[in-house]
Design a protein around this ligand. Structure first.
Ligand SMILES: [Zn+2]
Length: 421
């Protein structure tokens, strides 16, 4: 195999380009072999779409009108998709983590002003520009390892102005980097200090003011909740979901992370995109998700940082045919993890995924979890041309080996950018 640097820069491609001699891990479900592999095939773009996928020695390769790159037998996968992050925030919780490691209980840390509300204070205090600057390195880290689409939640503002500010930051980030962003309103992340003991009033604010405003300004595609004993009840989440749907927004939920509140059944009842965390999901929840086609988004980073013991029911989800995605859950407190590759690795080690399931979970299934299954997540003709060229001998190496970035080229909407040269 040629060294990675032999690939030419393709920043200024014409609108058509062809990559030949590739191992295409298509993740196309209609190709019934591992990874949907097309060995030795070629893939071409026209504009921002995949125009054609060709078998070896195709005559069309010789007559191709645009530029051609021989990738020398390297692997090509769909662009990676991180379908659950909280990457816009202010401050740091590293000192709090240090306290937790030295045995200070979380309740004491919270009493001293730590925990999620410390991030809320820091985020409220920052301007839109400051939040953009703080978030950019985290987003760049994801992009550098092959992420082409990322979901970003609000949820550290908890006022009308601050939640909208966070969503505007997410929009601004999509203009600064070659990456697609799916913004989500997570106003129901925690009860803000101004509403302690009056959670229903805060839900009223979300339902009557925030959701209509966000829908009108098209600042979010979906509405998320934290359905948990320490956050919002199923009845409160139901109100929020009903309002979201009435305003044409998708729904999803942080559910069954610490206890079983039957939040997954509620999300499925509302035809939600995804149920996330779901360590405590039971059989009824699995069946409801399977019936509704709701994606399970598993977040091994939070499981790892919190030293949880209860694992999500992967075997039951598989048996029921629930699509399973994996995401970083990038956030300052419980998953300070700006790496989808590490999240995929953890999904294998901690939750028993196969490497193929992990990669499918960060491509095809993650696309479904963001309502983009028809447009992103697999290598197929007509899909958006987001794909990655890897200097690996097997696709599993992308998930297995940490600390080395084998990404050679990142193609986003048909335009390639050499990562290593
Ligand atoms: Zn989360």
């Amino acid at each position: 195999m040629e060294p990675a640097r032999s690939l030419p820069h393709t920043n200024d491609l014409a609108t058509q380009h062809l990559w030949v001699n590739a191992k295409l891990a298509t993740f196309d479900s209609s190709i019934n072999i591992p990874y949907g592999l097309r060995d030795g095939w070629a893939i071409a773009t026209r504009g921002d779409s995949i125009a054609v996928i060709l078998p070896p020695d195709s005559p069309e390769v010789r007559s191709f009108p645009g530029g051609i790159t021989d990738v020398g037998g390297r692997w090509i996968t769909p662009g990676l998709i991180d379908c659950h992050t909280h990457l816009v925030y202010g401050g740091s919780r590293a000192a709090e983590w240090e306290m937790r490691l030295s045995g200070v209980p979380y309740a004491e840390i919270a009493r001293q002003g730590g925990g999620i509300l410390s991030t809320v204070r820091a985020t409220r205090a920052m301007s839109e520009e400051e939040l953009v600057s703080a978030a950019l390195p985290r987003l760049r880290a994801l992009a550098a390892e092959g992420v082409t689409c990322v979901e970003i939640k609000s949820g550290y503002g908890l006022t009308v102005l601050d939640e909208l500010k966070m969503l505007r930051v997410a929009r601004r980030l999509s203009e600064l980097l070659a990456i697609e962003i799916s913004p989500t309103l997570l106003a129901a992340h925690a009860v803000p200090p101004e509403f302690v003991g009056r959670a229903d009033d805060y839900v009223g604010l979300i339902v009557e003011e925030m959701i209509p405003l966000v829908a009108r300004e098209r600042l979010a595609e979906a509405v998320d909740v934290f359905c948990e004993t320490i956050a919002f009840s199923p009845a409160q989440c139901d109100r929020i979901f009903a309002a979201a749907r009435a305003h044409g927004l998708a729904v999803k939920g942080h559910v069954e992370q610490l206890t079983n509140q039957h939040g997954a059944e509620l999300v499925a009842h509302h035809g939600g995109w995804s149920c996330d965390h779901i360590e405590y999901l039971d059989g009824a929840g699995v069946r409801a998700m399977a019936k509704a086609g709701t994606v399970a988004v598993l977040l091994p980073g939070a499981f790892y940082f919190l030293r949880e013991k209860q694992k999500p029911p992967v075997v039951q989800l598989r048996a029921a045919g629930v699509p399973i995605a994996v995401a970083s859950d990038l956030n300052p407190g419980t998953s300070p993890l700006a790496s989808i590759r590490l999240a995929m690795n953890m999904a294998c080690i901690l939750f028993g995924f196969t490497p193929e399931e992990a990669l499918a979970g960060a491509t095809r299934e993650a696309a479904r979890a963001l309502g983009r299954g028809d447009r992103l997540g697999t290598l197929a003709v007509g899909k958006q041309a987001d794909f990655l060229i890897w200097d690996v001998t097997h696709a599993a190496e992308i998930v297995c080996q940490l600390g080395v970035n084998p990404l050679v080229e990142r193609v986003f909407r048909g335009r390639g950018v050499c990562v290593q040269s």
